[in-house]
Design a protein around this ligand. Structure first.
Ligand code: ZN
Length: 120
């Protein structure tokens, strides 16, 4: 098995400890990937989607994600074959108080509809 090189990106939000690990076959691939990234910092789901955070002024949000199979790009270490595709982000597992939903458990095209609402 050829040696793999990994690179860990940590969320750019101050104080956040979330990280994502990428894998490469060669150091050259890793360098080219870094150049293609254009210096943009990675943000975890929480900090990438801060506009979706509820507040006293925005007390309800409904989002939908469609299950789809992901092709292996060869760069991202994946533990799942499927994701919930929300358009601007994809995630393989959705957690909430009292539930966990794995995209792998559902057929392509299934729609996850999440509603969060807070009453004041
Ligand atoms: Zn973060």
């Amino acid at each position: 098995m050829p040696k793999k090189y990994s690179y860990m990106s940590q969320c750019g939000h101050p104080g956040c400890r979330e990280a994502k690990v990428y894998k490469f076959n060669t150091i050259r691939e890793q360098k080219e990937w870094g150049e293609g990234f254009g210096g943009l910092e990675w943000r975890c789901d929480r900090h990438h989607r801060m506009l979706d955070a509820l507040s006293p002024a925005k007390r309800k949000v409904i989002i939908e994600g469609v299950v789809r199979t992901v092709e292996d790009s060869g760069y991202i270490v994946r533990h799942h074959e499927k994701v919930f595709d929300f358009g601007d982000s994809q995630i393989s597992t959705v957690h909430g108080q009292g539930f966990t939903i794995y995209a792998d458990d559902f057929p392509d095209g299934a729609i996850l509809k999440l509603t969060a609402e807070i009453s004041l």
